[in-house]
Design a protein. Structure first.
Length: 168
């Protein structure tokens, strides 16, 4: 975990480093792919821009990863919504989040609600679907799913306050 954070900070502003990271995401080694996805998640926690140019490729990768790679899918389930910067990319990511919400892996389902919540901040047409998912997770989810749903609600509340401050 600390290593992934350090690598993320190291390569965040380095285009060649980011390119290498993306190349590793598409490599054959499952363990390396999982670690690369972790680094990508940590990069996008601070700034999604270094990975935005790979938004379509990362969405395609997430859609095709096998179920057994639940940790990689969890990391990318957060990366893909963060790097989606066009309306088409956000809608594609939302469809993927809806599918991930039904996944057998709890961590993947957690990324789905958080990912859809992030997308709904930038794509108003997704807000109803995101609110439904949050409500369902709060009602029927595991402890982790409920926690992620509450995180989404706090994120929405902070964004709403910022918008109000910007207008005032």
């Amino acid at each position: 975990m600390a290593r992934a954070r350090a690598i993320a900070e190291e390569i965040c502003g380095d285009k060649a480093g980011v390119r290498t990271l993306v190349r590793e995401l598409f490599g054959e080694d499952v363990e390396v792919r999982k670690r690369a996805a972790d680094v990508a998640r940590r990069i996008t926690e601070k700034d999604a821009r270094p990975l935005e140019r790979y938004a379509d490729e990362l969405a395609g990768l997430l859609e095709t990863l096998p179920v057994e790679e639940s940790r990689t899918r969890w990391h990318l389930g957060l990366v893909v919504p963060r790097v989606a910067h066009t309306r088409m990319q956000r809608l594609r990511a939302a469809r993927t989040m809806s599918l991930l919400a039904e996944d057998e892996s709890n961590v993947v389902r957690c990324s789905a609600v958080e990912g859809l919540g992030l997308l709904a901040l930038r794509e108003a047409s997704l807000r109803d679907e995101a609110e439904e998912m949050v409500a369902r997770y709060l009602r029927e989810g595991t402890v982790a799913m409920k926690n992620r749903a509450r995180t989404v609600m706090r994120t929405w509340a902070r964004a709403s306050v910022r918008r109000s401050d910007d207008r005032g």
